[in-house]
Ligand binder design. Sequence first.
Ligand SMILES: *Cc1c(COP(=O)(O)O)cnc(C)c1O
Length: 405
Amino acid sequence: MMDIQKIRSQFPILEEKIHGKPLVYFDNGATTQKPLSVINRIENYYTKENANIHRGVHTLSQEATTAYENARNTIQTYIGAQHNHEIIFTKGTTDGINLVANSFGELLKPGDEIIISAMEHHSNIVPWQMLCERKGCKLRIIPMNAKGELELEVFERLLSERTKLVAVTHISNSLGTVNDVEQIIKKSHAVGAKVLIDGAQSIQHIKVDVQALDCDFYVFSGHKLFGPTGIGVLYGKEALLNNMPPYQGGGDMIKEVTLTKTTYNDLPHKFEAGTPNIAGGIGLGTAFEFLNSLNMDDVVAHEQELLNYATQALTKIEGIQFYGEAANKTSVISFLIEGLHPYDVGTLLDKMGIAVRTGHHCTQPVMDQFKIPGTIRASFAIYNTKEEVDIFIKALERIIPILKN
Ligand SMILES: *Cc1c(COP(=O)(O)O)cnc(C)c1O
């Protein structure tokens, strides 16, 4: 089994005090904390290695290029991509989805259909609505049941030869539901549709292998898997990426430019216009090395234990209502307490050093379906402990009578 204290000791922020109380960080769904290895890697880059990458003849530029491209290789190996040029560096999940919506979307025609689900993050809804508006395509929605599970029988009925793309989340950020993406991918491919998986909540919680999944695109953000902000990845199958027009034009994405005509660079550079987030990319590589140091089966077991322990303890609180009770879920607990405003609960928890998120979690349609404005969300990561859950439950027990008065 894993030594959680040893893992915690790698995250300096966990030693911080908030309002004089030890930090209990349960907002991992919004962003995770960073291990010292990632922090040091970024500091070392700016202290000793900083230079612009690609095409440089001088030593620093070549070293920075090697570090950046090594990070790409580390990520390729970790997620099981066939080629390193199938790893496109982006700003994050949102940027990766917008890239696909614009570039793959450019190939769509009026009447073509795109399917998303009722539990998507706004960043996997809005780009598709914008594309449908631009191209005259139709957006169709996989519904969700009261437990927060997708209704896959309805999905099968939505699929047709008009379906060109299915874009669904692997794991819901507001409900914790783990979707059966293997089935969704198989069924979509059977009608010739491509599939994009929003993996923003996945790689930090479960093992992901893009070739085993056979997804066409997989997108995620560095900052949710112990890496820096402002960097993420779009994985895409080589043949698809080669067929897609570029997203943004500029330096690095070109082969040759004249004032009348430009030829485009090969993958991955075709989709990486301009000077990228070099420090971020290198730091993300180090975050993947941190993930490599963990045994993912142990991560899953630890987080499931936290989920079950916290859920059982919360069940005893009077007036509690859970949102998201899927049979297969990760360590996200969304809930409300009868008569209490989530914002007030979040504010008082903060006074006691406990960080949770309150609100709609960028999934307003999910809140609409449950007819609530938002929830209180506790989301755990590998460094969280049962002792922290105990502190959280005690804090809630103190807060409730205060707020009810
Ligand atoms: C956080 C999140 C996003 C958006 O990620 P950004 O890092 O803000 O681009 C998209 N989908 C899911 C499921 C998320 O949790």
